[in-house]
Write a protein that binds this ligand. Structure first.
Ligand SMILES: Cc1cc2nc3c(=O)[nH]c(=O)nc-3n(C[C@H](O)[C@H](O)[C@H](O)COP(=O)(O)OP(=O)(O)OC[C@H]3O[C@@H](n4cnc5c(N)ncnc54)[C@H](O)[C@@H]3O)c2cc1C
Length: 396
């Protein structure tokens, strides 16, 4: 997204992707209303929504047998008042497709960044490995968006502050059956939490487990696991889980680095801050970072390397939304999820959720935090803003 926006703003940009494609199973598939709003500002929303996706306008939960509505996206101050679910590779293929036609955009697949290149005290490029061997790429600016296991971060020797997470997540699929309601649905029972995301003909399921207990679960056997899932999903059977291969472990991490910028390099997205899966907002935060970076840096990048002070403006803009979102996630995971997983009990409906059932207007608050987030970004450069409802065109 950052590469696409920079290229639209006339900045020569090379995006490196170490894999041959964007295909990753069970990655973040949520496209938030704020991201849809950006696509609208770019004039590509209609094309995007023509691709297969699911739209979900409410998030609901079940505490034991009591059903509660947690979030209502239908009142958001955005044009799309729903979360779109689309596999991440579809989304990335779409964005890459938009970018490919731009004269200043290059996407190099199967090209892995190995380490930064420094000249004097500044990063001036990266060493990459591709089918043709190792080579050095020089750049005015390196934007490290290489995810939560960022090798560029390691190569800079940057320490990561681990904020801790008491849980891991197991991902798997269950069939969507007639009678099921399309929604985002969480169920809490007997100290366990299952979140189901409607994905057309199947549910994408996330079972939250105590950190480091996956091996214990595996030792207890697949039958015991299936029974646990059947209880939470209220099903007689879950025979679609046939082997442990059908179950993927996400080791939850919540972390961040202190300084996103050093001379010649900027860290954004998961490379700067891995988010907890609570609220499913990692993609939103990463995209918002990309937009803010382009808004703040496209102008200097057209002619020169941005100064360190200019690079730091990105963190000044996005640091607060990151901190506030992580603070909320930490509060929920440490004050609600951890005690719940330890208790083995089915909790009653907390006061805040009871209130939200009596006063549905309160359901708009979590919808706003998840769907839009703190300090939403807008496309500020590279476009004629009068064309935002139609197809946008680059600046001269
Ligand atoms: C299992 C799972 C489920 C998730 N579910 C959700 C969800 O439902 N909703 C949500 O909002 N978020 C979710 N997230 C989080 C979300 O995927 C991330 O927050 C988001 O993708 C971060 O974007 P990013 O661009 O910073 O990093 P990434 O998406 O990790 O992208 C980094 C990219 O860089 C490439 N790369 C890495 N290293 C190199 C290198 N050295 N050289 C070249 N290329 C490299 C990788 O192949 C990858 O394509 C989930 C994460 C996981 C792991």
């Amino acid at each position: 997204m950052c590469g696409y926006l920079l290229a639209r703003a006339g900045v020569p940009v090379t995006v490196l992707e170490k894999h041959a494609d964007f295909l990753r199973d069970f990655r973040g598939d949520t496209i938030h209303p704020s991201t849809l709003e950006l696509l609208r500002e770019l004039g590509i929303l209609e094309q995007f929504l023509a691709r297969p996706h699911q739209e979900v306008s409410h998030a609901e939960g079940e505490l034991g047998d009591v059903r509660v509505r947690v979030a209502d996206f239908t009142h958001l101050p955005t044009h799309c008042r729903f979360v779109a679910f689309m596999p991440q590779w579809e989304f990335l293929n779409f964005i890459a497709g938009q970018a490919r036609g731009l004269p200043t955009f290059t996407l190099r697949m199967e090209t892995e960044a190995l380490r930064v290149v420094r000249t004097a005290d500044r990063v001036t490029g990266v060493v990459v490995r591709s089918a043709s061997g190792e080579e050095q790429l020089d750049a005015r600016l390196v934007i490290a968006a290489d995810g939560r296991a960022s090798v560029l971060r390691d190569s800079m020797g940057i320490a990561v502050d681990d904020l801790g997470a008491p849980m891991d997540v197991l991902w798997f699929q269950l069939r969507f059956r007639s009678g099921d309601t399309p929604a985002v649905l969480g169920r809490v029972a007997q100290g366990q939490v299952l979140v189901r995301l409607y994905r057309g003909d199947y549910w994408q399921c996330a079972l939250i487990i105590r950190k480091g207990t996956f091996d214990t679960l595996r030792r207890a056997g697949l039958d015991a696991f299936r029974k646990r899932v059947a209880l939470l999903a209220r099903r007689a059977d879950t025979d679609e889980i046939q082997t442990w291969e059908d179950v993927r472990l996400l080791t939850v991490k919540v972390d961040r680095i202190r300084s996103w910028a050093s001379p010649g390099i900027l860290f954004i997205g998961d490379a700067a801050h891995a988010m907890s899966p609570i609220g499913g907002v990692g993609i939103n935060l990463a995209i918002q970072d990309a937009v803010a970076s382009v808004n703040l840096l496209a102008d200097p990048l057209r002619s020169r390397t941005p100064s360190l002070a200019e690079l730091r403006r990105v963190q000044r803009r996005r640091g607060f939304p990151t901190w506030a979102t992580q603070a909320l996630q930490l509060f929920i995971q440490n004050r609600a999820i951890d005690p719940l997983l330890r208790s083995g009990k089915t909790p009653g409906v907390p006061m805040i959720l009871s209130l939200a059932q009596r006063f549905p207007v309160l359901q708009r608050i979590p919808a706003r935090v998840i769907g839009v987030g703190f300090r939403p970004e807008h496309i500020r450069v590279g476009f004629d803003r009068t064309l935002v409802s139609g197809r946008a065109r680059p600046e001269a």
